[in-house]
Design a protein around this ligand. Structure first.
Ligand code: CDP
Ligand code: MG
Length: 132
């Protein structure tokens, strides 16, 4: 069995609307294991470090302000692609039916969830939130 891990985040818009359990249940029902989970509230500097890969993008500043605007739930799950498939497209308007972003996303920025996009980034992102 694969021991691949990914970092999954329930973003502030979804935590605020009490969607954490609903979102966790979608992952669990679809055979993903949630290996670890914690609720935290990060600073804008921490968000800027986490989203460093996007620092050249026009939405970077707003994105970092947003991720630090309220509590988030960070989780370790056990499959990168399965997590991304269940999240759906970045823009909720383009996401497939029954994906988390289609069901709960408000807009391209307030899209309810994050999931690592590769093994390399998953390792870095898990390290960022779960190792001291
Ligand atoms: O999260 P995902 O990997 O699907 O998308 P990304 O391209 O890595 O972008 C990271 C995050 O930036 C997205 O989840 C959105 O919250 C935000 N974003 C945005 O605010 N405006 C865009 N045009 C694109 C992304
Ligand atoms: Mg991404």
């Amino acid at each position: 069995m694969s021991n691949e891990q990914t970092l999954s985040i329930v973003k502030p818009d979804a935590v605020e609307r009490n969607l954490v359990e609903d979102i966790k249940n979608i992952f669990i029902k679809n055979s993903l294991n949630i290996i670890d989970s914690k609720k935290i509230h990060i600073t804008k500097d921490e968000a800027s470090e986490f989203y460093k890969v996007h620092q050249s993008k026009p939405f970077y500043n707003d994105l970092c302000a947003y991720l630090s605007s309220g509590p988030i739930v960070v989780m370790i799950e056990n499959a990168i692609l399965a997590n991304r498939k269940l999240m759906g497209a970045t823009n909720p308007k383009e996401a497939e039916e029954n994906t988390i972003r289609k069901l709960y996303g408000i807009s391209i920025d307030k899209n309810s969830v994050h999931g690592s996009d590769s093994l390399e980034n998953a390792k870095k992102e898990i390290e960022f939130f779960f190792k001291n």
